[in-house]
Design a protein. Sequence first.
Length: 340
Amino acid sequence: MVTIKDIAKATGFSITTVSRALNGYLDVNENTRKKIQEVADRLGYSPNMLARGLVMKNSHTVGFLITDLKRSSVKDNFLFQTLCGAMDYLQHLEYELVMLTTTTSKQRNKTYQQLCNERNLDGVIIQGLKTDDPYLQEAKESGKPCVLIDIPAHSSKTGYVTTNQLESAKQATKYLYRMGHRNIAFINGHDSAYVSKERLKGYKQALEECGIDDRPEFVCNGGFDEDQAKQCAISLVLAYPEITAIFCASDVMALGVIKAAREMSIAVPEELSIIGFDNILLSEYVTPSLTTIAQDPYEIGRMAAEMMVSFIEGKETEPIVTLNNQLIVRDSTAPPPIIR
């Protein structure tokens, strides 16, 4: 394996100069840096990342912590696209991304600081964290740079990236209202998710602004799970047959509602309109194709990584980033039967 000593011998420069040139120190002449880099490339030099981390006082390694990874999430490409956005940005800057989970009891018994120290992480991006998760407080107090996705927390080295959840939920609900729906149910995620709270607020605000009475019995938690949402939909429609539209806080849950409608011989959208949230890949190909609120998970991941690098490198950055979503109208929504 080619070493810095080999490059120094081949170029005639000192080991210190070669090391500083390859590690990006600004006190090295640009021509000198160029010559050293050319020889390093020709000799096939590959830096020892652990040694480099000790010299530069950082490891150029960022963790991506998933705290709620389920097998059912295979249908949801949201996480994958978020990872791709973060990875592409970090790789461009020669950072490594390490995926971590706390889905096993062994990992869950470790503190947040232990997870960071074991991999010598410069910082952590966290997705899927519940608002009552003890890791949230640990992350804020650890001193390590931390970027949360869809969790509102910020400090000197902590920030978050989200989308306009509340306004998007309002937009979806008001779209159904404009089509003539007045009995609109809402299948939410769970009470410990920030996005669930915001989407519920948006749904309720939209009803109020449209002059529709808020009926708590029209709201059901589906846990972001297809089967659970299917059962919610069956219960809602059987108990309240006047419901003509269901807004779901995720596309995966909307798929469950479509299944429920099929089992109950309810035509979608002729008898029941359905809207999802996320615009996952399957939403375009399911029958009928799903009207949904489109988020951009790739850009969410990229922005999270950009914020993380700014924290690590001591650059000024806005600790709160809110991206806009878009309503995508497809075939799962239509006016209710009574006004056709």
